[in-house]
Design a binder for this molecule. Structure first.
Ligand SMILES: Nc1ncnc2c1ncn2[C@@H]1O[C@H](COP(=O)(O)OP(=O)(O)O)[C@@H](O)[C@H]1O
Ligand SMILES: [Mg+2]
Length: 363
């Protein structure tokens, strides 16, 4: 039961909103502009200290206010012992994150509250750039392996160094050899973690998709970012002239990708818009199910305007899986009746109606 008490102050049009969420399904409804997406944004702020819609603080913080805060009683590990978690951001750029009476950093925050977002942007996983798919993979790796974040930071540092050497032009081959050795070492470790994660994710995805996509097969595979028939040493060596001309490293984990194919064709070119949404939903659900299996606790789903993303049939199937993933979900919609019938009688359902940035008692 992760978030037990929730308070939002000065996030967009939400001046001061408090409620006790259901440990399972929370359906947030209200007319357009009532603050539904803002409420999801506030939960996201609590888990990641940032919005999923904007990087601009003056948009996130309520007009006329100088800071916004989100606060919750959080039972992060499902131990039955809730602790206070608070995040504050000010227009001046100060961030404050506190858990159980102590200041915490971003990594600790992200570990405490694993968040999955599904909104119209999420569908970029299929159509968008590889960076979006790497982000998807790395969410999973971050939450399944505690060594990932250190490794990822070390790799980024070496990559940056190597790229600046390449831009600089003349490189002593001994210096290059030192950087390349480090680059290869971090790259291979990072790659192993990503590969292992996708190996675990694949069966979950296949199973969910076989129900959601009426038997249509989508083949999920991982691409490391370099030609795996050769060692990364060789690839770097052979690509050096080109890298030096371009001023950046063209092979390595910074080019990793997730491939989705239907009958050997790229899924984004083969599937209908609706089918793509189903595939992306299956990817997100698979991550939640796997997270639960690996960590014995569940992640939080923020799902913006579910009925507009999936048709009734798929919406129902999707909701069945959300229940199975045992996650705490915050789902928005305009008309709550569209989502009322999809749940089993045991599921704890909570309806929250928003009206002009405040909770309405009339449901
Ligand atoms: N920084 C802000 N300060 C005050 N109001 C804002 C701010 N940013 C957006 N809004 C307003 O908040 C309202 C709620 O937006 P939103 O949460 O997207 O609504 P919904 O998802 O319910 O359609 C909108 O009317 C929007 O104009
Ligand atoms: Mg909205």
């Amino acid at each position: 039961m992760p978030i037990q008490q929730f308070n939002v102050r000065s996030v967009r049009n939400l001046a001061d909103v408090s409620f006790t969420p259901s440990p399972q399904i929370n359906i947030i409804h209200g007319v357009n502009g009532s603050g539904k997406s803002s409420l999801l944004e506030a939960v996201h702020l609590l888990g990641l200290c940032r919005s999923f819609r904007t990087n601009k603080l003056n948009h996130l913080i309520r007009a006329g206010d100088t800071s916004c805060t989100v606060f919750a009683e959080l039972d992060a590990m499902g131990s039955g012992m809730a602790q206070p978690l608070g995040v504050e951001r000010s227009l001046e750029g100060d961030n404050r994150m506190r858990y159980a009476g102590n200041d915490i950093d971003l990594t600790t925050l992200a570990e405490l509250l694993p968040i999955q977002v599904i909104n119209s942007e999420t569908f970029q996983i299929l159509e968008g750039s590889p960076a979006i798919r790497r982000q998807f993979i790395d969410w999973g790796v971050f939450h399944s392996d505690p060594t990932f974040i250190r490794l990822w930071r070390a790799f980024r540092r070496v990559l940056k160094q190597r790229n600046s050497l390449l831009k600089y032009g003349k490189i002593d081959h001994r210096i290059r050899a030192v950087w390349d050795r480090e680059f290869v070492s971090y790259a291979e470790q990072l790659n192993t973690l990503r590969e292992s994660y996708i190996e675990l994710l694949k069966p979950e995805f296949d199973e969910i998709l076989s129900t959601l996509l009426d038997g249509m097969k989508v083949d999920l595979s991982f691409s490391a970012g370099w030609d795996k028939k050769r060692t990364l040493d060789q690839v770097l060596e052979e690509g050096f002239e080109r890298d030096a001309r371009q001023g950046y490293t063209s092979a390595g984990p910074q080019r990793a990708d997730l491939r989705l194919k239907v009958d050997g064709h790229t899924a984004s070119e083969r599937l209908s818009r609706g089918q793509k949404k189903v595939v992306v939903s299956a990817l997100k659900l698979a991550q939640g199910v796997l997270f639960y299996k690996l960590n014995s606790r569940s992640c939080i789903y923020l799902i913006d305007d579910l009925p507009s993303e999936l048709d009734q049939h798929h919406c129902r199937l999707f909701c069945n899986y959300l229940e199975k993933a045992a996650s705490q979900c915050f789902i928005t919609c305009v008309d709550h009746t569209s989502l009322s019938d999809y749940w089993s009688p045991e599921t704890e359902l909570s309806f929250l109606k928003l009206h002009e940035g405040a909770l309405s008692t009339q449901q």
